[in-house]
Design a protein around this ligand. Structure first.
Ligand code: AMP
Length: 416
């Protein structure tokens, strides 16, 4: 693989997979351009080094050509941020001539890749009552035509850059399969490089103590991450709605708190494994419980294993928050995924906000702090601390799979 900083782009055409899946309002105006801004350093690098650009992305989840999901809506913003006019191919499979004519410094944006089923390699338009045989045939047909799709995209360029961390966990045409056509001319863009470096710094050879704070609603959705982290961390803070499954599994009384009865064995297994590996687990011992799932509910503070009937755990109580803060401040590396309370309701966002605040303080004292996963990212952003922690991952699902220790196809395709 090559390195974007040292690669010689002079006279070369670079096809770059970016994640321009930005939210649009009903007038097709961009409401958050973070993802476009994130990719600009990569795009500018190619242009500054004498190359030309073919930019490709998906937008939304179209099931065919759909006006609403056309990338033409975002051209103006890319032009503003790049400071140059760009050309647009309104069919990503019909861009050969325009791509061939690109001169150094010129930019071509391809229409939404997902207007073609071949991008994802999944059949579309199958009848609801399709038989297994029919499903299998449709799948192998799309896989077959995917080869030509990918080959066509690859034919436009001399080198390939993947800068779409948000889709790195998908083995799609433009995120993974295309890399095979550029065995000596493929590389990560700066977004990808940044994400990989940050996670490797946190989990590869971290400064210790290493603490992970895993919150959120359900054990079932975090089990992969927790199991992987048990082999890496010194401290594991488990917060949010997950706490009550652990408490009930150990014989606690949890009132009407969120609980996954079918995950109680999993919870006990996590506790046993942590003990075996010498990982200190911190479950919020005291919680704020409410008599209804609403911001204005009546609240009490009680032990998380002794919640009265009619009450449900909504947030970590001050004493538990203090404990978590102490663990954070005593750590050199901290990874945070998931809120530790129902933070969408201001009265139950206190614990989650305190974590964001403490991560900021830990960062000031030179701890490495990584925040990843939708809701915790929302929490640090809401607090205005997105640039006060060491790294905020934009990856969503890709980040979660990376934290589970999975090999991401988009990363593997560049490295292999
Ligand atoms: P996740 O997507 O798994 O990270 O879960 C995030 C969600 O967990 C947020 O919407 C929170 O409101 C929710 N959550 C956190 N703590 C609790 C709790 N004690 N009870 C119910 N939901 C919670």
């Amino acid at each position: 693989m090559q390195n974007i900083s040292s690669y010689d782009f002079t006279g070369k055409k670079a096809i770059v997979r970016v994640d321009f899946n930005v939210p649009l309002n009903e007038n097709f105006e961009i409401t958050d351009d973070t993802r476009i801004r994130a990719a600009i350093p990569t795009l500018k690098k190619v242009l500054e080094k004498g190359g030309s650009l073919i930019i490709m992305s998906h937008l939304g989840r179209p099931k065919g050509v759909t006006e609403k999901y056309s990338l033409k809506h975002i051209i103006y913003r890319i032009e503003e941020l790049l400071g140059t006019k760009i050309q647009f191919a309104d069919d990503c499979m019909k861009a050969s001539q325009t791509a061939a004519a690109l001169k150094p410094g010129e930019v071509l944006l391809l229409e939404n890749l997902r207007f073609y089923a071949e991008e994802e390699g999944k059949p579309r338009g199958l009848a609801e009552d399709a038989t297994d045989e029919e499903k299998k045939a449709a799948k192998s047909a799309v896989k077959e035509s995917q080869k030509a799709f990918v080959k066509t995209l690859a034919s436009y360029a001399d080198c390939y850059i993947n800068d779409a961390f948000g889709t790195a966990h998908r083995a799609h045409g433009s995120t993974a399969l295309i890399a095979q056509y550029f065995p000596n001319d493929k590389m990560f863009g700066y977004v990808m490089e940044g994400e990989i470096k940050a996670i490797d710094k946190a989990l590869g050879d971290p400064a210790r103590p290493l603490t992970a704070i895993i919150g959120g609603a359900k054990v079932s959705s975090k089990i992969g991450i927790i199991e992987h982290l048990l082999g890496l961390v010194d401290n594991l803070v488990i917060g949010g709605g997950m706490v009550y499954t652990f408490m009930k599994a150990q014989g606690g009384k949890i009132g009407s708190s969120l609980c996954e009865d079918d995950q109680m064995d999993v919870a006990l297994n996590i506790m046993a494994k942590a003990k075996e590996k010498g990982v200190k687990i911190l479950l919020t011992d005291d919680v704020v419980a409410a008599d209804s799932f609403s911001n204005d509910a009546k609240t009490i503070i009680c032990p998380s294993n002794d919640i009265p009937d009619g009450f449900e755990g909504m947030d970590a109580a001050p004493s538990s928050v203090e404990e978590i803060k102490a663990v954070i401040m005593a750590s050199k590396t901290i990874l945070w995924n998931g809120p530790i309370g129902v933070f969408e309701m201001p009265n139950f966002a206190v614990g989650t906000n305190a974590i964001a605040e403490t991560l900021k303080k830990a960062t000031e004292q030179s701890a490495f702090t990584l925040v990843g996963g939708g809701d915790s990212v929302a929490a640090v952003t809401q607090m205005g601390y997105a640039d006060k922690v060491s790294y905020v991952s934009t990856g969503g699902g890709a980040m979660l799979e990376y934290l589970e220790g999975k090999v991401l196809p988009g990363i593997a395709a560049i490295r292999e």
